[in-house]
Design a protein around this ligand. Structure first.
Ligand SMILES: Cc1cc2nc3c(=O)[nH]c(=O)nc-3n(C[C@H](O)[C@H](O)[C@H](O)COP(=O)(O)OP(=O)(O)OC[C@H]3O[C@@H](n4cnc5c(N)ncnc54)[C@H](O)[C@@H]3O)c2cc1C
Length: 661
């Protein structure tokens, strides 16, 4: 890389005001270039769209000022030309090289590259599709779609709907689905739960499901089965997932022969409201978007941390010079916007070192004082007002409220956050066509092992789910169905259906007959405790072996001491939960086996034995450059067998992840 003048701090500041294109021209830099600035620091020039131009320029200038160092910079050119030509702005950004590069790097080079490539390619179409469905994405004053930044992304290219993007996308999808229901092309079976997969002559031909209201077991036949049943984060008991989220169907398919890929890759999200007691059943996520303007810190002095833990002082009592903005300190290039796994581990490291800021010592601050002082409260509330309200409703603290003024600096109430289980990158193994190892069984969305490798970047879960559902499966499933056209409809009276139903009935009867002393939730809590303790944010071989042994004990306890009140007829929520919990135990073991096998650290999988001197994840590409696919051996007591899908990278350069410079 050559060394030259240009795009130091001065240029960046001017770029924020004059526009980057003008300044780029002045210093003779072009899109796609990388060079070392004469004053030190790397300059990278990408093409970004025009919408981001000012915002990014301002951010770069601001961060250079804040951190008082040279810093890599991202600049536009192409985007503005495209806008002028096509009138399309923001949708340029999700595509192509940048997205591929960020996603591959974010996943610590453990994703299948071809999938990442495809995901980046179809991301444009997703936004168009959702806009057409009426999703109210945020817009610029001029009416064009707005973007903001998310962790691990090099430019602002996340489309959003205030702090409710997922919910709005869901409403858009529901509205379209309901249209099809009305047209008669889709028949819905709500309040049904799939309990088993039916295989005939080696192909998936239907499912067994339970009507959750009447308790009846029913059979459904089909030429192909598509599962879209979400992730397994709730194995950990406390997570940000919805209470009914479960990995049951994935485990049913695994039991029937579908390989399970990379179960160890579970994502721990850094910005959740900390655990506050043992009566909680759920954790609340504070959107990652808050890290765009919020700064994460703990006290520099241990004695301040101790006072915070005892409740003797508040965060706002600690002046600027005594605050350790540890992400900005450790990762100057990305600062508070490092990917989730990096931010989560850094919070754990500070809390383990005794710098936690609440009574449990397991919390750090997320502070908006700088943003409010810089932008004004109105702008900050416009961006995050609904999230501030949610935080206040749960904790009774208003992050937008002025708390103190020290030496002329205004300090606002900081939020408290701590990492929590949020998303699972692992899932049922699928080929490029999204077909599992069972013919005719397809898996889409979070329940497949997806495109994210060892860590998912913010906002890309929905992108992947929407890509799978709208732009991949509709085309690939046809390849499977093409030679099925001559196969007549199946009758649910076939012996394979009867057998599967009998097995489901027998399982339910067995669970109902245990009549022990432990409730489903109390066993689930124990499971969650073992998972968090031994299979959580920091894993060791010793801990994982202990964890596997304890999980076996938990299964025994379930089988001998579970108590389910009521009967199997009619609605019985405890029975529903018990069925899921039994599968969660298998799922927990799978996570632990995979984590034990993977003697390296990558993305969300951190083995404490494999870290750099600075505490960063240390990959072993020589021995672990593969997707780990686990095959069931017919008995939960037996360890699963590992198959390896080698990873091939052609478009993305595999390198050590670096968010520092
Ligand atoms: C709090 C929160 C915020 C998030 N925010 C974002 C964000 O801003 N951007 C982003 O990209 N991603 C976000 N994610 C992640 C994203 O929402 C999920 O990855 C995504 O919703 C997964 O979609 P899915 O359709 O694959 O699975 P799900 O949305 O989990 O849907 C699975 C469905 O299957 C049903 N199901 C499960 N088991 C059975 C069964 N046995 N029988 C019948 N039905 C069953 C479930 O009830 C559920 O309705 C967020 C996740 C959470 C928890």
């Amino acid at each position: 890389m050559d060394e030259r003048a240009g795009f130091g701090r001065g240029e960046r500041r001017r770029a924020a005001h004059l526009g980057l294109e003008a300044v780029l021209e002045e210093v003779g830099a072009r899109a796609g270039e990388e060079f070392i600035h004469a004053g030190g620091g790397k300059v990278e020039i990408f093409s970004v769209n025009a919408v981001n131009r000012r915002a990014f320029g301002q951010r770069a200038a601001r961060s250079a000022l804040l951190r008082r160092r040279e810093h890599s910079l991202v600049v536009l050119i192409e985007g503005i030309r495209r806008r002028d030509r096509r009138g399309a702005v923001a949708r340029q950004v999700g595509t192509g090289k940048l997205d591929r590069r960020d996603t591959g790097k974010g996943g610590d080079y453990r994703a299948r590259e071809a999938n990442v490539y495809r995901l980046a390619e179809v991301s444009n179409a997703i936004i168009d599709q959702c806009v057409a469905q009426g999703v109210p994405f945020a817009r610029e004053y001029g009416g064009q779609l707005a973007n903001r930044s998310f962790g691990g992304a090099q430019v602002s290219r996340t489309f959003y709907a205030k702090g409710q993007t997922g919910q709005q996308l869901l409403l858009g999808a529901y509205a379209s689905l309901n249209r099809q229901v009305k047209k008669g092309t889709v028949k819905q079976f709500t309040r049904y739960e799939m309990l088993d997969l039916v295989i005939i002559d080696g192909r998936a031909r239907g499912i067994i499901a339970r009507n959750l209201v009447t308790g009846e077991i029913e059979r459904f036949a089909a030429h192909a089965v598509v599962i879209a049943t979400g992730g397994y984060g709730n194995v950990y008991f406390l997570s940000t997932n919805a209470m009914a989220s479960n990995g049951s169907v994935a485990v049913q398919c695994y039991h029937k022969g579908a390989y399970f890929a990379n179960p160890a890759y579970a994502q721990i999200h850094p910005t959740c409201i900390p655990v506050h007691g043992d009566k909680q059943s759920k954790l609340t996520l504070m959107s990652e978007s808050l890290r765009n303007d919020g700064r994460i810190w703990v006290p520099k002095k241990k004695e301040d941390a101790v006072k915070l833990q005892k409740g003797e002082i508040k965060g706002s009592d600690i002046p600027e010079e005594d605050r350790d903005y540890y992400l900005e300190r450790r990762y100057p290039a990305f600062g508070n916007l490092v990917p989730r796994d990096v931010a989560s581990r850094a919070a754990k490291e500070r809390c383990d070192a005794g710098f936690g800021v609440n009574n449990t010592g397991l919390a750090v601050f997320l502070d908006f004082s700088e943003a409010i002082n810089r932008l004004g409260i109105d702008v900050v509330l416009q961006r995050y007002g609904n999230l501030f309200d949610m935080y206040e409703e749960i904790t009774d603290v208003n992050p937008g409220e002025l708390a103190k003024e020290i030496s002329g600096v205004k300090y606002y109430n900081p939020m408290m956050i701590y990492p929590a289980i949020h998303y699972t990158m692992g899932g049922i193994w699928v080929d490029y066509e999204l077909q599992t190892t069972i013919k005719g069984l397809f898996a889409i969305g979070e329940c497949n092992f997806s495109d994210h490798g060892a860590n998912r970047l913010g906002a890309s879960a929905l992108m992947q789910g929407l890509a799978d559902g709208y732009f991949v499966l509709p085309y690939t499933i046809q390849n499977y169905l093409a030679d099925q056209i001559t196969v007549p409809r199946f009758s649910t009276d076939l012996p394979e259906f009867a057998e599967a139903e009998k097995a489901v009935q027998a399982k339910i009867d067995k669970f109902m007959s245990i009549q022990g002393k432990e409730s489903v939730d109390s066993i689930h809590k124990k499971l969650g405790h073992v998972m968090w303790e031994y299979v959580g944010m920091g894993r060791t071989a010793e801990g994982l072996k202990k964890g596997i042994a304890e999980l076996k004990e938990i299964r025994k306890e379930f089988e001998t001491n579970l108590f389910i009140p009521g009967s199997k007829e009619g609605m019985n929520v405890e029975l529903d939960k018990a069925i899921r919990l039994y599968d969660f135990i298998t799922m927990g073991e799978l996570v632990a086996y995979d984590a034990l096998n993977r003697n390296e650290s990558c993305g969300g999988h951190f083995r404490e034995e494999y870290q750099t001197e600075e505490g960063e994840a240390k990959r072993d590409d020589e021995n672990f450059f593969y997707v780990a696919c686990w095959e069931y051996q017919g008995d939960d007591e037996k360890a699963p067998v590992l198959h390896k899908e080698p990873l091939v990278y052609e478009a993305i350069k595999v390198q050590t992840r670096n968010y520092k410079s």
